[in-house]
Design a protein around this ligand. Sequence first.
Ligand code: 5GP
Ligand code: ZN
Length: 112
Amino acid sequence: MDDCIFCKIVAGKIPAKKLGENEGAIAFPDIKPEMPVHILVIPKRHLASLDEVGDGTVMAPVFALAAQVAREQGLDKTGWRAVINTGRDANQVVLHVHLHVFGGRRMSWPPG
Ligand code: 5GP
Ligand code: ZN
């Protein structure tokens, strides 16, 4: 998708520090971290949101890479959170599916 910032990151047209990659996904730090660890994991293929995900094959590499980068950050020792905001009520801003990996401090639950 030409006007999608995350597709531009996948294509290398917008710089991002690559923290990991597999056949279907890449991981990079969020530009405005809300937590000590705040990493985004996205499918290389453009899908606007989880509402567009069909059988889940696009998301399998995203979950695998999320667990890998979390481990590399040492979060498997302490715990971490995966969040995928979908649509208006969840405040999804970027319309290319992305999984937030949050960690590095205790978190509250439930979300607001
Ligand atoms: P959403 O609310 O859509 O789940 O979150 C979008 C996230 O993308 C936000 O946390 C925001 O800081 C991040 N973000 C937006 N633009 C960029 C960018 O150009 N580069 C990076 N690394 N993160 C971005
Ligand atoms: Zn995109």
